[in-house]
Design a protein around this ligand. Structure first.
Ligand SMILES: Cc1ncc(COP(=O)(O)O)c(C=O)c1O
Length: 568
């Protein structure tokens, strides 16, 4: 009997307790997110035992939009649930093709919906006016994509354990803003000329009650039958996400294996089943490594203050869901005690663990915040000007990929500086500056010498699936690589590596950069060989023949780095 109970309840144990937290800190510093490819793969495989195909698992990008995660899911053949155009872009650049993208937004962009249907994507809608507008725009033309309707199911969606956040989490409750009410669906669809091929229900989030999924499935089957009877080929049923996961000792949720075991017998012949799990796919696959920055004593409490707090882990305060925290010895900090773990923000609610015994933890020690994959990074905020941590992807053989942290000057408030439009100057009137004065203020290097800068390639090596190293010799009248020179060198290195990557023999097509981000905070000397690294995103191929790719480039010590969006 005991094994049965274990299987029904999701375990809190995970890959994290086998990590050496001190070694990780020594290798990658802090803070950074660490993603376990193995855990992600296992979660996907578990869901596929219900959907029978990875492609019918649509990962909600809102849960965690990191490319470190999306690229693994793309590789596994998983699809994406996207709430808007930006999330569609992220999915595409991660390598998820249109056929595996479902667009389901609370505000339905009619233009995007029409476009995506024509590109073969799934569009999930629940705003009848928007559906009719898409129908008008398509003018009776056939489209390769699929139109699904989101249902507000009018069945009992109930949490097993009462909790104060229920209203915030019940997406399919009768009072929620989502879904066409089930009782109005047939009438609405009767008036449609476009074929409806699927239905969608998302019961809510952190659901602990399997009965809610059963009721939702029964409601969808009944409705699908009614729509089939009026001539709509409803064959796809998306049961949404919603399965909750434990964060701390004592949290009880059905295990994913048990969910699948209970849902499988409800399948009916003739339908394809889709899921959109957020928490249950990434929740336990991501952890956050932080360090202790200070230790303060106040009354009888010892405050352990870390370098990341509710800027990345807002849910700890928003929904009062604390995470399990492992100490430097990889053992969980106990519940209860006179110590508290707090973040670095000017906010009294910035507390990651209220009561614990942090033992001999000292300043500079690393801690690991576990089960931190869902709605953490995606809900992160800029309070106190905090910046996003780096990412590390861990695969079976160790560490595979690293994405740098957000830099000080990546902050949009600094990079999108403001213009003063025509307004009073200090002297009270506008002042015209004479042309001669402009000339005398202008840079001799930029106006004259920059065009004498020269570079020559010494060699090139492919070092990863989409990564190249290219050595260049440079010469300049100034003895460092200036920004305009960097644009030329990196721009051309990106073109060369991209064409090689695509198997071209010669540069025969025009390739133009469309957007550039360039950091030259460290100086790179000219007159000595420089090694550049160039890495590409997946290529997005549009139906009209254009391609878009993002290239990341950097010199060896990141003294000069950036990214370039290219279209060709
Ligand atoms: C439409 C939709 N599908 C899936 C999800 C994922 O939910 P969960 O993370 O609870 O599985 C959400 C989350 O809000 C959602 O809005």
């Amino acid at each position: 009997m005991e094994t049965d109970v274990k299987k029904k309840i999701a375990s809190l144990e995970s890959w994290t307790t086998r990590l050496s937290i001190r070694e990780l800190y020594a290798e990658f510093g802090s803070p950074f997110w660490i993603v376990s490819k193995k855990q992600l793969t296992q979660n996907v495989n578990n869901y596929a035992a219900f959907t029978r195909s990875n492609a019918r698992i649509l990962f909600p990008v809102k849960t965690n939009p990191s490319l470190a995660i999306l690229e693994v899911l793309a590789e596994l053949g998983v699809g994406a649930d996207c709430a808007n155009r930006n999330e569609v872009d992220l999915a595409l650049f991660a390598g998820i093709p249109y056929e595996r993208i479902a667009y389901n937004g609370p505000v339905q962009d009619v233009c995007l919906s029409t476009n995506l249907l024509q590109k073969g994507a799934i569009v999930v809608m629940d705003d009848p006016d928007a559906v009719l507008e898409v129908q008008d725009r398509l003018k009776g033309r056939q489209f390769p994509g699929k139109l699904w309707l989101r249902v507000n199911p009018n069945v009992k969606i109930k949490y097993e354990k009462e909790n104060e956040n229920q209203e915030l989490m019940s997406h399919a409750s009768a009072s929620s803003k989502f879904g066409i009410p089930a009782e109005e669906m047939v009438n609405f669809v009767k008036g449609l000329k476009m074929p409806v091929s699927g239905l969608h229900v998302h019961v809510g989030t952190m659901m602990d009650n399997l009965l809610s999924f059963h009721n939702s499935m029964a409601g969808m089957h009944a409705l699908a039958q009614d729509l089939n009877a009026i001539g709509h080929p409803v064959k796809d049923l998306d049961v949404g996400g919603g399965l909750g996961i434990p964060f701390m000792e004592g949290d009880e949720f059905p295990s994913l294996e048990y969910w699948v075991e209970q849902m499988n017998p409800l399948r009916q012949k003739g339908y394809k089943y889709y899921v959109e799990p957020g928490h249950a796919i990434v929740g336990n696959a991501v952890s956050l490594l932080v360090t202790v920055e200070s230790i303060k004593h106040s009354r009888n409490r010892r405050w352990i203050v870390t370098n990341v707090g509710t800027d990345q882990l807002a849910k700890v305060t928003l929904l009062r869901w604390p995470h399990r925290i492992l100490g430097p010895d990889s053992k969980p900090l106990p519940k209860g005690g006179t110590d508290a773990i707090a973040g670095p923000l000017c906010f009294a609610g910035d507390v990651l663990m209220q009561e614990t015994d942090a033992g001999g933890i000292e300043i500079g020690d690393p801690l690991l915040i576990t089960h931190a994959g869902a709605y953490t990074f995606s809900l992160s905020n800029r309070f106190n000007g905090r910046l996003a941590p780096a990412w590390v992807l861990m695969d079976e053989d160790g560490f595979q990929k690293r994405m740098n942290s957000e830099g000080r000057y990546d902050n949009i408030f600094l990079t999108n500086y403001f213009y003063g439009l025509r307004q009073q100057t200090e002297e009270g009137e506008e002042r015209v500056i004479p042309k001669q004065k402009i000339e005398s203020l202008s840079s001799g290097y930029l106006k004259k010498l920059a065009c004498q800068d020269e570079f020559e390639y010494l060699g090139m090596t492919k070092i990863g699936e989409r990564t190249y190293e290219i050595d260049v010799m440079t010469e300049s009248k100034v003895d460092f690589i200036s920004m305009p020179f960097a644009i030329r060198i990196f721009g051309d290195a990106v073109i060369v590596t991209l064409l090689e990557h695509l198997g071209a023999e010669k540069k025969e097509v025009p390739i133009w950069g469309r957007k550039l981000n360039l950091d030259c905070f460290g100086q790179v000397k000219t007159g000595v060989p420089v090694r550049l690294r160039v890495s590409f995103s997946n290529l997005i191929k549009e139906l009209n023949g254009t391609n878009t790719v993002i290239a990341r480039f950097e010199t060896e010590c990141w003294n000069c780095s950036g990214n370039l969006v290219i279209k060709f």
